[in-house]
Write a protein that binds this ligand. Structure first.
Ligand code: ARG
Length: 481
């Protein structure tokens, strides 16, 4: 490939090359090219180009006829990109190069005027912010749908008892709806983090040029406004060097991935023969190629497994950034694949999880039987003693002895006869039986945030309100036409 000084190859366009005698080596070109993955920034690059064309016109650098033709060509190019009539070629180094080629094909020399006052450095930072702000809303919509699925199941199971666990050991009875809502709380924090991130990401780098701003009378504040940003970057060097928005988005995505993984792990356990709390719908379970009886929770396992690549994406970008001198360095081209992969991963996993949760059948009978098992009502006994004036330290000891007796006899707490209760401790009068029911234990929990039917219903209503407000946020549009 030989490159004459005008940066045009026999078949392609280059955005540099005037000072070069020969063309790039094949090995360099192959390393350098990013269009195979950054092409998805094209709609955002075109939006930024429209805003830039208008600013050049206001600066008197494009006359009325020129800006009209420029905007029409950008629209035409956008339509051609969308229809697939315009495609990047192997000769296009990146999305910016490909789109400049498209513009030159449509406008000839006029197409070359758009690059005035901007650089791929401020362009790519702008494009990636636009892409992420747009896709953060898509991810938020999918999160809301998963929250919907969990909330709907929770609504059915406010009063379904389940054994709550710590250390994966039966601890205290809980409402199964309460446990499902615990996962929704994590998703609500993810949504809150996304919108909080969005406020910080809404800064426009355009106008920074390569790093120093421009000697042309551009208007970065107006460009920022047109592109839906809340402000223009206050420092042109930071504008092109900063990738905090990418790293921070990836943290939000990674933590969300961890939440999905923990939910996935629970479903894996719940669907196991040993638990048997939940039965998956056939549409959201898989079989085995050799064992005909198998019904596997692959959706849940993949949700768990995908957390690894989300965490990896964050680590990739942080590691790439850590030693970089200001301002732009080519290393930063490595920010895109992890970002795209994180978005794709969440957009893939969330709908599958939502479908799995909304179609699963909760085995209320199995949960009810499991709820008191493992002496989950022992704390009720200890607190009953406390209400009768026994110091908690002693109440704990007494209840522990009672449990030991039950373990030895392989019986449940309510199966110990009155005289034996009295032998364990004179405090253990037959009235203790009043607290030895799962329903009683749940109903006794009336403080806000606890697992009783009252507070769980209150929580449910509050969660539904918050999900609605995130649904509205997710539907907002940031990228202008
Ligand atoms: N493809 C590049 C990237 O993604 C665009 C910016 C290139 N800038 C440059 N000066 N080489 O980072």
């Amino acid at each position: 490939m030989t490159l004459p000084g005008n940066g045009t190859t026999s078949s392609g366009v280059r955005l540099w090359g005037g000072r070069f005698q020969g063309g790039p080596a094949e090995a360099l070109a192959r390393l350098s090219v990013s269009v195979q993955f950054d092409w998805r920034l094209a709609p955002y690059d075109l939006a930024a180009s429209r805003a830039h064309a208008r600013v050049l016109a206001r600066a008197g650098l494009l006359d009325a006829d020129e800006v009209g033709r420029m905007l029409a060509a950008l629209d035409d190019l956008e339509a051609a990109c969308a229809s697939g009539d315009f495609r990047p070629t192997v000769e296009d180094e990146d999305v910016h190069t490909a789109l400049e080629r498209g513009l030159l094909e449509r406008l000839g020399a006029l197409g070359g005027k758009l690059r005035a006052g901007r650089s791929r450095n401020d362009q790519v930072a702008t494009d990636l912010r636009l892409y992420l702000r747009d896709h953060a809303r898509g991810v938020a919509s999918r999160l809301v749908e998963l929250a919907d699925a969990l909330v709907e199941q929770a609504e059915r199971h406010v009063e379904t008892p389940a054994p709550g666990m710590t250390h994966l050991q039966h601890a205290q009875p809980v409402s199964f709806g309460h446990q499902l809502l615990a996962h929704v709380q994590a998703l609500l924090r993810d949504l809150s983090r996304l919108s909080d991130w969005d406020n910080r990401a809404a800064i426009s780098p355009l106008g920074a040029g390569a790093l120093a701003g421009s000697s042309l009378p551009l208007d970065p504040v107006q460009v920022a406004r047109e592109l839906g940003f809340s402000a223009a970057a206050p420092n042109s060097m930071d504008a092109v060097a900063d990738r905090d928005f990418a790293a921070e988005f990836l943290f939000v995505a990674a933590l969300c991935g961890v939440h999905l993984s923990r939910l996935g792990e629970e479903v894996v356990l719940w669907t196991s023969h040993e638990f048997g709390w939940v039965e998956l719908d056939d549409a959201f379970a898989t079989g085995s190629s050799i064992m005909p009886q198998k019904k596997n929770a692959d959706v849940a396992e993949l949700a768990r497994g995908k957390a690894g690549r989300l965490i990896g994406a964050l680590v990739t970008v942080l590691t790439m950034l850590k030693g970089l001198p200001l301002t732009y360095d080519r290393d930063m081209q490595e920010d895109k694949e992890p970002v795209f992969d994180a978005v794709d991963t969440l957009e893939l996993v969330l709908p599958a999880l939502a479908g799995m949760i909304s179609t699963m059948t909760v085995r209320v009978d199995r949960l009810a039987r499991a709820a008191p098992a493992g002496y989950t009502l022992a704390t009720e006994v200890a607190e009953w003693l406390v209400r009768r004036g026994v110091p908690f330290r002693e109440a704990h000891e007494v209840t522990g002895s009672l449990v030991a007796l039950c373990v030895a006899r392989e019986c449940s707490l309510d199966e110990v006869p009155d005289p034996d209760l009295a032998t364990v401790s004179p405090h253990l009068t037959p009235e203790v039986r009043s607290v030895l029911s799962v329903r009683g234990a749940l109903e006794a929990r009336t403080t806000p945030g606890s697992t009783g039917p009252g507070p769980v219903s209150d929580q449910l209503a509050a969660v539904q309100d918050r999900v609605e407000s995130w649904r509205e946020w997710a539907a907002t549009r940031v990228v202008p036409r």
